[in-house]
Write a protein that binds this ligand. Structure first.
Ligand SMILES: C[S@@+](CC[C@H](N)C(=O)[O-])C[C@H]1O[C@@H](n2cnc3c(N)ncnc32)[C@H](O)[C@@H]1O
Length: 222
């Protein structure tokens, strides 16, 4: 073997060895678990907000859509930052908690199902689905009772509830899971009666009959 071949093969071995040690120490700090769960979280958030915005553009047109349609409020940002802090603290102190893969995969399933329910609602309602609750009737606003609205009256909220709680179960975050259930449920428990007050004004007995026949889709909200 020539000198050059020796040198190249030495370099190859050293490179492989250093790669091995690099990834070994890297995996001690940023484990596969953290990498996978945080990537799933990042993708879930990116897809949720991106698709909300794109569907709002498709239904209402560019001139009627602002960045508010990304649905990123201060409270929401606070909740997500809190949940990431919880995740990092727990993975450092009790890493075994994050290894409950059946829990994490259940959360991932909820994220996917919640997303499907919400986006099906947005597509079914079309122009009737506005991010701000309508308080004045517009001629083109028709009552939607078909498709997914035939099973629950508030599939958009039902989907978001499942999606948001699912993100926290996916991260195996016990504190944020409970906090998200309480906060998101309270938010919809107040919003639904307010929204339905106007829907009854717009559609009268047609809405009353619909509300009697079809459940809200948010637990314990009639
Ligand atoms: C953010 S969207 C949520 C819709 C619904 N609550 C849901 O969860 O799928 C709120 C807008 O949808 C309208 N809306 C809600 N239910 C509706 C229905 N069944 N038919 C037509 N418009 C509806 C309301 O007037 C409001 O402006």
């Amino acid at each position: 073997m020539s000198f050059l071949q020796h040198l190249l093969s030495d370099l190859k071995i050293q490179f492989s060895v250093s790669m091995f040690y690099r990834s070994a120490s890297f995996s001690d700090i940023f484990s596969y678990t953290a990498y996978r769960q945080l990537s799933q979280m990042f993708l879930a958030i990116l897809f949720f907000h991106g698709s909300e915005y794109i569907l709002a553009l498709a239904s209402h047109g560019r001139s009627n859509v602002t960045l508010n349609s990304l649905l990123i409020s201060k409270n929401y940002l606070f909740a997500m930052i809190f949940s990431l802090l919880e995740y990092f603290i727990e993975i450092a102190l009790v890493p075994g908690l994050k290894e409950l893969w059946w829990v994490s995969n259940l959360g991932l399933g909820m994220v996917i199902i919640g997303e499907i329910i919400r986006k099906t609602a947005i597509i079914t309602a079309g122009q009737a689905f506005t991010h701000l609750i309508r308080i004045r009737h517009e001629d083109h606003h028709k009552l939607i009772t078909n498709g997914i609205y035939g099973f629950v009256r508030h599939p958009g909220y039902c989907g978001f509830f499942i999606w948001s709680v699912g993100t926290q179960i996916m991260l195996c975050n016990p504190v944020s899971t409970i906090a998200f259930v309480v906060v998101v449920w309270r938010f919809f428990a107040q919003r639904i009666p307010y929204e339905e007050y106007f829907l009854r004004q717009f559609f009268g007995s047609q809405y009353v009959e619909y509300a009697q026949r079809v459940p809200s889709g948010v637990p314990f909200v009639s």
